[in-house]
Design a protein around this ligand. Structure first.
Ligand code: SAM
Length: 283
């Protein structure tokens, strides 16, 4: 297990992933009833942007750094608002000192009645995450294989909520494991929202994954993809996507409307682009 998210936290891929995550949570929070968030590959929760890892790559500057320096249109500003409010909450204002990972975004946007199961396999990272949430009785932290978590924690008692699966893609076969996770989640928690992150390196592998995920039979399934350079070449990650099952009804349309502007903001060259795929739609 070599992957450490501290080198990448706040990069362009985190911007799309976390802004979508925050929009889903804002949508779940519209009803008073509590929901549960199950995060199978949670990381450490909060990332110090002055830490050695962040300084060494500087990746956050091309992601959250650019967004914070920009003057977005009203439409993009609205779309980013839940994520930006989580950023402000963990920083105690407009300074950008720490970057919230998926657990910290979830708890920053959550309420007393919401519950969290965060899982992280790396023992040191799991200990960091446990310490972060020591005082928060809404949170449980586990440390097992994240795909076991998806099966073991579903369905949640609340019968509403979100499952996030965000693996590091450092071992072969990750797309196959993700496809199985989509099928497992559909079987155990058919009405729940599911969000999966994936890198866009091998476009054929992504297409095969999306086709396999569609086979799980979710009535509504979308994917949101963005690349800051033309994918396919060697070098750093060029693009990434999120697959969302049972998304909020407006997510595909509102994301499609702001994606060109967000892509211009994050582009590294003129090969940048983005798209929203509607893989299953029940009208
Ligand atoms: N979801 C986090 C966020 O958005 O802030 C980032 C997660 S990072 C991309 C992937 C994490 O998965 C790493 O912290 C890594 O240690 C952990 N990991 C690797 N293999 C795992 C496994 N089999 N089960 C659970 N976690 C794993």
């Amino acid at each position: 297990m070599n992957y450490r998210h501290a080198f990448h936290a706040g990069n362009f891929a985190d911007v799309l992933k976390h802004a979508v995550l925050a929009r889903i949570l804002a949508y779940l929070g519209r009803k008073d009833a509590g929901y549960r968030v199950i995060d199978s590959h949670a990381g450490i929760g909060l990332y110090d942007l002055a830490a050695d890892e962040a300084l060494r790559t500087g990746e956050w500057r091309g992601g959250v750094g650019r967004v914070r320096a920009a003057r977005p249109s009203p439409a993009l500003g609205d779309w980013l608002a839940p994520w930006l409010s989580a950023l402000r909450a963990v920083n105690g204002g407009d300074d950008l000192l720490v970057y919230p990972g998926s657990p910290a975004i979830a708890t920053a946007l959550g309420r007393l009645q919401d519950r969290y199961h965060f899982n992280e396999l790396h023992p040191q990272d799991a200990a960091t995450l446990t310490a972060l949430y020591a005082g928060d009785r809404r949170v449980r932290v586990g440390s097992e294989d994240g795909y076991v978590t998806v099966r073991a924690q579903l369905p949640p008692r609340e019968r509403r909520g979100l499952v996030i699966v965000d693996p590091p893609f450092e071992e072969a076969g990750e797309f196959d494991r993700l496809t199985r996770a989509v099928h497992d989640a559909r079987k155990r928690f058919a009405t729940g929202c599911l969000m999966i992150w994936y890198p866009i390196k091998d476009v054929a592998a992504v297409d095969a994954f999306l086709a396999g995920a569609a086979g799980a039979g979710y009535p509504r399934l979308i994917a949101i993809e963005q690349w800051v350079r033309q994918p396919g070449g060697d070098g750093p990650l060029a693009g990434a996507g999120v697959l969302v099952a049972n998304p909020p009804f407006t997510l595909a349309d509102e994301t499609e409307a702001i994606l060109p502007e967000l892509t211009r903001l994050l582009a590294e060259d003129d090969g940048a682009g983005g798209r929203v795929l509607r893989l299953a739609e029940d009208g």
